[in-house]
Design a protein around this ligand. Structure first.
Ligand code: C2E
Ligand code: SIN
Ligand code: SIN
Ligand code: FE
Ligand code: FE
Length: 373
């Protein structure tokens, strides 16, 4: 039942396996889980956690291995907090003999913490950015040794360097997402489309993309890009955009130009995200039967992202009140999608729309305009 210490060969294999996996992973949560697993296997502990510092909120946080839940504790608390503050590792044979141990968690979970090892780690500039913490040694002696400290320090020095680059990558992605959403909202405010239109369209598009089998990466790409679908409306005069009644043919032509304008604004970028956004801006008013605008593309000549956003956008436009129309009841919306299946809309997307309708309605409920931000 006790484990025996690993041979140097076993250790090397673990390190090579995990570092290869970690190097090809760009999602912070996934990297944290891999690192926790690597630490646990290297030093034969029952549990292992990688903690990071959240400077903005003065907290330490971690993603629990194998789960999506996050744990957060105030900066400086617990053993992990002490180790991070002092910059020194801590090894403890029995946590209950140490006043820094926070027994609250044990009480909540029914787990019994005995031995603990905590090793802080640094980024490339030498600043402490987090700590490894392992709990309960699984060998017969039952506590961690200086050999474990060497091992975990090795893992920690690797963790510090790779986590920093993953966090920077994540930071860039988050920033791009924020910029795009903000730009989308600028268009939205101009056209008096209250609150959350672009966010809802993004979430609907994501669900529809997954339902069509596009894969998580493509679905996330679309979710990030689709809030810009109406960005071209920034160039449409207020008098037209916010006209309370029906549009004249000339006014409608002016509004239609928001597709080409959006495309022109975004198409020059080398970034995949902005190029994707340019396609969505250009093609979200094309129709499956070729009667849409600006180009009259037909069927699969319309990019799948355009065909998806068309359904998401119209579902949201009909669900909401506009200066020129009341919100539609769900039944009337469903009838329109049934009628327009294979005319305005790609029949496959409409099928997924109906299959996923409960989820879409959840989103609509959660992101009501009253809920605001
Ligand atoms: P929007 O209000 O966000 O509507 C997006 C799309 O949802 C519309 O694209 C249309 O396909 C669908 N949709 C919206 N309301 C209705 C409706 O009452 N009935 C039906 N069958 N479909 C509807 P569309 O038509 O190309 O319009 C693009 C944008 O032009 C609209 O965005 C809106 O900003 C503007 N617009 C269209 N018609 C009018 C209008 O009569 N008055 C004003 N002020 N603006 C209009
Ligand atoms: C902590 O470091 O606060 C959690 C581990 C413990 O003290 O039990
Ligand atoms: C909107 O969906 O916000 C306006 C309609 C459109 O042009 O897409
Ligand atoms: Fe549009
Ligand atoms: Fe829209």
């Amino acid at each position: 039942m006790y484990k025996i210490e690993l041979s140097p060969e076993d250790l090397l294999r673990i390190i090579f396996d995990y570092t290869a996996k970690i190097a090809s992973e760009q999602k912070l949560n996934a990297v944290l889980v891999l690192m926790a697993n690597m630490g646990r296997e290297m030093i034969l502990s029952d549990r292992c956690t990688v903690w990071l510092i959240d400077d903005a909120n003065h907290q330490l946080y971690t993603t629990v291995a194998h789960g999506v839940d996050e744990i957060r504790i105030p900066y400086g608390t617990g053993l992990v907090g002490s180790a991070i503050q002092s910059g020194e590792p801590i090894i403890i044979e029995d946590a209950y003999n140490d006043p820094r141990h926070n027994a609250e968690n044990d009480r909540k979970t029914g787990y019994h913490t005995k031995s603990i090892i905590t090793v802080p780690f640094r980024n490339n500039d030498g600043e402490i950015i987090g700590a490894y913490q392992a709990i309960n040694k699984l060998t017969e002696i039952g506590y961690f040794t200086t050999r474990d400290l060497d091992m975990l320090s090795l893992a920690a020095s690797y963790a510090g360097k790779s986590l920093e680059s993953v966090m920077l990558h994540q930071e860039i992605i988050d920033t791009q997402r924020e910029i795009i959403s903000t730009m989308g909202e600028i268009g939205e405010i101009r056209s008096k489309e209250t609150g959350n239109h672009v966010k809802r369209v993004a979430e609907y598009s994501y669900i529809l993309a997954l339902g069509l089998g596009l894969g998580v990466n493509q679905a996330e790409l679309l979710r990030t890009a689709s809030p810009m679908h109406d960005i071209g409306k920034v160039a449409i005069p207020d008098a037209v955009l916010n006209k309370p009644g029906k549009l004249t043919a000339e006014e409608y032509d002016i509004i239609k130009s928001h597709t080409n304008i959006g495309y022109q604004l975004l198409k020059g970028s080398k970034r995949e995200l902005l190029r994707t956004a340019s396609i969505v801006a250009e093609q979200h008013h094309e129709k499956w039967d070729g009667s849409g605008y600006p180009s009259g593309r037909k069927g699969e000549e319309i990019h799948i992202f355009g065909r998806i956003t068309a359904v998401a956008d119209v579902f949201d436009a009909l669900s909401a009140e506009r200066v020129y129309k009341a919100a539609w009841p769900l039944e009337k919306i469903e009838n329109l999608f049934r009628e327009e299946r294979g005319r305005h809309f790609d029949p496959d997307v409409v099928d997924v729309f109906f299959a996923q309708l409960p989820k879409l309605l959840d989103i609509r409920q959660r992101l009501t305009d009253e809920a605001g931000e």
